[in-house]
Design a protein around this ligand. Structure first.
Ligand code: PFF
Length: 466
């Protein structure tokens, strides 16, 4: 029985929705602090290389699997006739549920900060710990964020996801440009830009390479079937390779632009750049305060609204993965599937919410071998889902495409809507990447993470010998 799945009404709609999935907290919150930790521009160079060399081919593969089968992450492998490989899809579902469970909490912080700043509470930066500990307030914002996400997803592809992306993505872009134009006029802005743009390659250590790789993969929403799912709603007239290139370009641009906005802001106050995860939540409110009441509210409010919008288009795609699975595989009505999944994920996220101060046990959840301090529950879930499941998923997807589904069928799908691709260097590159570059690098990153984080064995240092 054929089911009514819906689809994107235009190529632009798909590109904006997929770019919306990619552009998120990873670009605006995580990217700048990874840059700060990784020594500035040298990290940026590594990140860009990984996005185009490694991640872009995986994105092409995911979209191709989705469009070929017009199925969700699990059903796609079954539809291709490889039921055993649908394990990749289940792994993706697990990743999606886990990532959204804590991603929604950070999104709730962002939205909470927006409210605090526009009501003039600039001291929120100093109260970051208190704020995240207050589980009732964070819980209320989390519910709000999840309800908004579910509302959009329940309305389907063209009427919900595409519409939201078409509205939010251009707005996000305008906001980021306005913020940059303002930030570069601040005192010391040039110092910030210098740190950001002049690479010091001596800063590139194995750990920096490794985090740039992980960051690129997470930032492009790969390895969990989000793009298989979105790809399943793409028209047969669309050129997959060009679309993937455009999505990668938008994502990378927003990450790079986020740096142009954040480093001048941070340096204007002479603050250290390796502020870690707190760079945005602890440091920036103070910067906004120094702009004076009115300007602080406008610029600070705009910033946290931007962060919330970016997170929102990502939570939408995270929720769509398990929703599409229930709709396709279990014939559940979309609206029912959406609300049930959203509720389950919210509940799964409660321990993460409590692990930032509210519960002592969850805030110091686990001491991993070789670690210097214990990990809170939320970071532990992040470690499992982002750092372990995603590279594993990406590794399996590339092995599947190259060695099971095989090159000729993969290329055939890519050539639909893109006749000129046949025999081109781009197609050859994507093929080579699928067969060698992606399995090797992604397999390696998975192994290194598992050995390092779960067994305390520093494999990367051993391989590179430093
Ligand atoms: N790409 C998002 C970000 O950078 O914030 C996070 C993400 C969304 C990862 C959707 C995976 C995913 F399926």
């Amino acid at each position: 029985m054929a089911i009514q799945r819906g689809g994107f009404s235009s190529r632009l709609g798909f590109i904006l929705a997929a770019a919306g999935s990619a552009v998120g907290l990873g670009n605006i919150w995580k990217f700048p602090f990874e840059v700060g930790k990784g020594g500035g521009a040298a990290f940026v160079v590594m990140y860009l290389l990984f996005c185009f060399i490694l991640c872009f081919p995986v994105m092409v593969a995911e979209i191709a699997i989705g469009r070929n089968t017009q199925r969700n992450a699990v059903g796609a492998f079954k539809a291709l006739g490889y039921k055993g490989w649908s394990g990749i899809g289940y792994l993706g579902l697990a990743s999606g549920v886990l990532i959204l469970s804590f991603y929604n909490v950070v999104a709730a912080w962002a939205f909470g900060y927006f409210i605090e700043i526009v009501t003039g509470h600039f001291d929120i930066g100093q109260r970051f710990g208190e704020f995240t500990k207050d589980w009732i307030t964070v819980g209320a914002y989390s519910i709000l964020f999840m309800v908004g996400t579910a509302f959009v997803v329940s309305r389907g592809i063209s009427g919900g996801i595409e519409k939201a992306a078409k509205l939010l993505m251009p707005t996000l872009f305008v906001m980021i440009i306005c913020l940059i134009l303002y930030a570069v006029t601040l005192p010391n802005a040039m110092e910030g830009l210098k740190f950001y743009l002049v690479p010091d390659f001596s800063e590139i250590t194995p750990a920096v390479i490794y985090s740039a790789l992980g960051q690129a993969f997470f930032s492009l929403s790969l390895g969990m079937g989000a793009l298989i799912t979105y790809g399943s709603y793409v028209s047969k007239n669309d050129n997959i390779v060009t679309s993937a290139a455009q999505i990668t370009l938008i994502d990378v641009s927003v990450a790079v632009l986020a740096g142009f906005m954040i480093f001048p802001l941070v340096f204007s106050q002479g603050i250290e750049t390796d502020g870690g995860a707190g760079l945005i939540f602890v440091t920036l409110p103070g910067v906004f305060q120094s702009l004076g009441d009115v300007l602080g509210i406008v610029i600070g409010g705009l910033f946290f609204l931007l962060l919330s919008f970016a997170a929102f288009t990502s939570t939408i795609s995270l929720l769509e993965v398990p929703t599409a699975y229930l709709v396709d595989e279990h014939k559940v009505k979309r609206s029912k599937a959406t609300w049930v999944v959203a509720m389950v994920i919210f509940i799964v996220g409660i321990p993460s919410m409590l692990s930032n101060g509210a519960s002592e046990a969850l805030s110091q959840f686990i001491m991993l071998p070789g670690a210097v301090k214990s990990l809170d529950f939320m970071s532990f879930v992040g470690l499992i889902a982002n750092d372990t499941f995603l590279p594993l998923g990406g590794f399996l997807i590339s092995v599947f495409v190259a060695y099971v589904w095989r090159k000729h069928r993969f290329n055939q799908e890519l050539q639909i809507g893109a006749e000129s691709l046949k025999g081109s260097w781009l197609q050859s590159y994507v093929n080579i990447a699928m067969s060698y570059i992606c399995p090797v690098l992604l397999g390696l990153i998975f192994l290194v993470t598992v050995m390092d984080k779960f067994f305390g064995i520093k494999l990367l240092e051993k391989i590179i010998g430093s």
